[in-house]
Design a protein around this ligand. Structure first.
Ligand code: ASP
Length: 325
């Protein structure tokens, strides 16, 4: 079958948007039950926006997303974006780890075509489920010329976010997917995209990360520092990981005992903060040989460190990547 011009590929992975529970209820549902085609049936006239093709990548709670699924998504987008008849992509995803998948794809897909990720906070069977509107808006955003060349974007509850800034900020609100203090770069109303800002950070076709020949990613562990945090856990993590991200207290701080272990680690250690607005710059680093996460959250820093380790183990080189991406 020949593809129609302007086709949007919907790549479905599961999450609450595909969740099913007791009719009307918000909690106690099972994520990842409905298929992409079933989700689209709830949006009348979606084919008036653009021709749509669906690919069911998996149907999981997003806490079960793996690097293997990331590599599959990147491979499909990299392959299908070469087709002139494809205008863009929409990924449906659980909200728990949506930000990690968004940032991974932002650094690994080699296209200027629109790539939009979305999800929902209420299962499809809830009263006023938010999935159909989010999916509709995501398809409209993917079909819009404004979203081309902007990197991977998240569309959620009328707003548009960059993959680098997007994060989950609430465990229950409909606006849970947002960008904290960084804010949205645009809005979407009745299918019309209004973009106001763009990112300065390197992404997609300009990114150096090539995952096309990889079947797995380096392993990175995040250690969340707290009062009396176990030094044994930290040592274990260092021994069993290719890299470490520390979610430090305040400005990336940890105990003296923790700090000593960090300084003698033979794998790269990135310092981020457990604080919501947690900027860590190079001049704030307290421990020799560590790398500043800048304003990346621990989970985003882990994504970048995994990709950085596919290129180099050199700390200075990795530090440059944290400044660039
Ligand atoms: N646990 C769900 C998930 O991430 C939450 C959601 O999608 O809102 O898959």
């Amino acid at each position: 079958m020949v593809r129609r011009r302007g086709t949007i590929l919907v790549l479905a992975t599961g999450g609450t948007i595909a969740g099913v529970g007791e009719q009307g209820n918000i909690a106690g549902y099972r994520p990842g039950r409905l298929t992409a085609d079933e989700l689209l049936k709830e949006i009348p006239n979606i084919e008036d926006v653009a021709p749509i093709e669906t690919v069911q990548i998996c149907n999981v709670n997003s806490d079960d997303i793996t690097a293997d699924i990331w590599l599959q998504l990147a491979a499909i987008i990299n392959r299908e974006s070469k087709d002139d008849n494809v205008k863009g992509f929409v990924i449906t995803h659980g909200t728990d780890t949506l930000e990690e998948t968004a940032y991974f794809l932002n650094l690994t897909v080699k296209t200027k075509k629109s790539v939009i990720i979305t999800g929902a906070m209420r299962p499809a069977t809830a009263i006023s489920a938010d999935g159909p509107m989010n999916l509709y808006q995501a398809v409209c955003a993917a079909a819009a010329p404004e979203t081309e060349g902007q990197g991977v974007l998240a569309v959620f509850a009328d707003r548009i976010y960059t993959a680098r800034s997007v994060t989950k900020t609430s465990t229950y609100q409909l606006t849970a997917i947002s960008a904290g203090r960084m804010g949205a770069i645009g809005v979407i109303r009745d299918g019309k995209v209004y973009l106001y800002e763009t990112t300065f950070k390197t992404h997609t076709h300009k990114s150096e990360f090539d995952v096309s020949r990889l079947d797995k990613l380096p392993s990175v562990s995040i250690l969340y520092f707290h009062v009396d945090a176990s030094a044994e856990f930290l040592k274990f993590a260092i021994e069993h990981s290719d890299g470490i991200v520390i979610a430090g207290a305040g400005a990336g701080e940890v105990s003296l005992e923790y700090g000593k272990i960090i300084e003698s680690a033979d794998v790269p250690v990135v310092i981020s903060s457990r604080v919501d607005d947690g900027l860590i710059t190079e001049d704030m680093l307290l421990f020799e040989g560590t790398i500043a996460a800048n304003n990346l959250s621990p989970q985003k820093a882990a994504v970048l460190l995994r990709l950085a380790l596919t290129v180099t183990k050199d700390k200075e080189h990795i530090a440059n990547m944290f400044a660039k991406y």
